[in-house]
Ligand binder design. Structure first.
Ligand code: PEP
Length: 251
């Protein structure tokens, strides 16, 4: 049975003190909730120890927002998958549209990062999705297919079972413009059909596909009710414990 997952992406937000308050608040609230989803918290790198330590004794998993595509050595400012593993990080976001846009990450580089994470037993949360022009010109399925094939389809069946996919239409990220339930389900079903063609039905049915893009306490229930939507990657709404909890409780 595939897992429901709600992952919070804090991006480049919060001071250490606010991050400390937020993660403790979430952990405390999670204690009194009957969870129907795995919860992942992805803070900025300097706060990883804070979240990964607390994750050991709480009902959430530690995640990171990025990883280097190199193993180790003279790569100033980078953080390797081995470093993340040594800090008990369970998940890592890769291929977020902000990294593709501002740091020119390519599908090939993302594929390298995914391979490194899997070698170190960290589950990649692989993001893909089209920009507005691509949707408006009807190219969204082709774009998503290319991203999927170029970043994931070098993996074996065994490897891909440890990958989480997050469909994030770029026009919906941080804009308050959520994809409709129909648009989300349609793309998730398409992604699953491509996984089915490549890896077979049994594997395709096991892979969690999350939706991301202005998902909030109000729209999460409807989005998560779709057959192929297995949770959410949450940006803005993960920065408030109550909102994040409300999303988690939408399952
Ligand atoms: C994200 O950053 O992955 C995201 C979905 O952001 P937001 O929820 O703020 O749109």
């Amino acid at each position: 049975m595939r897992r429901n997952i709600v992952a919070g992406n804090w991006k480049m937000n919060l001071s250490f003190e606010l991050a400390d308050d937020l993660v403790n608040d979430i952990a405390e609230k999670l204690d009194s909730v009957e969870l129907n989803a795995d919860v992942v918290i992805c803070p900025p790198f300097p706060y990883l120890e804070l979240t990964s330590d607390l994750a050991q004794e709480s009902n959430f998993f530690a995640g990171a927002q990025n990883v280097a595509s190199f193993d180790n050595g003279a790569y100033t400012g980078e953080v390797s998958s081995k470093m993340l593993a040594s800090m008990n990080v369970d998940y890592c976001i890769v291929g977020h549209s902000e990294r593709r846009k501002y740091f020119n990450e390519t599908n090939q580089e993302i594929a390298t990062k995914i391979t490194k994470l899997l070698k170190d037993d960290i589950k990649p949360i692989f993001c893909l999705g089209e920009v507005l022009e691509e949707r408006e010109s009807g190219k969204h399925f082709d774009v998503v297919q290319k991203q999927l094939e170029e970043s994931l389809f070098n993996l074996t069946s065994q490897e891909i079972l440890n990958v989480v996919i997050a469909y994030e239409p770029v026009w919906a990220i941080g804009t308050g413009k959520t994809a409709t339930s129909l648009q989300a389900q349609e793309m998730h079903a398409f992604i699953r059909s491509l996984l089915d063609k490549k890896y077979g039905n049994e594997v395709a049915e096991e892979i969690s596909i999350l939706y991301g893009g202005s998902c909030n306490a109000k729209n999460a229930k409807e989005l998560f009710a779709n057959k192929d939507v297995d949770g959410g990657l949450i940006g803005g709404a993960s920065l408030k414990a109550e909102d994040f909890l409300a999303i988690i409780k939408s399952f």
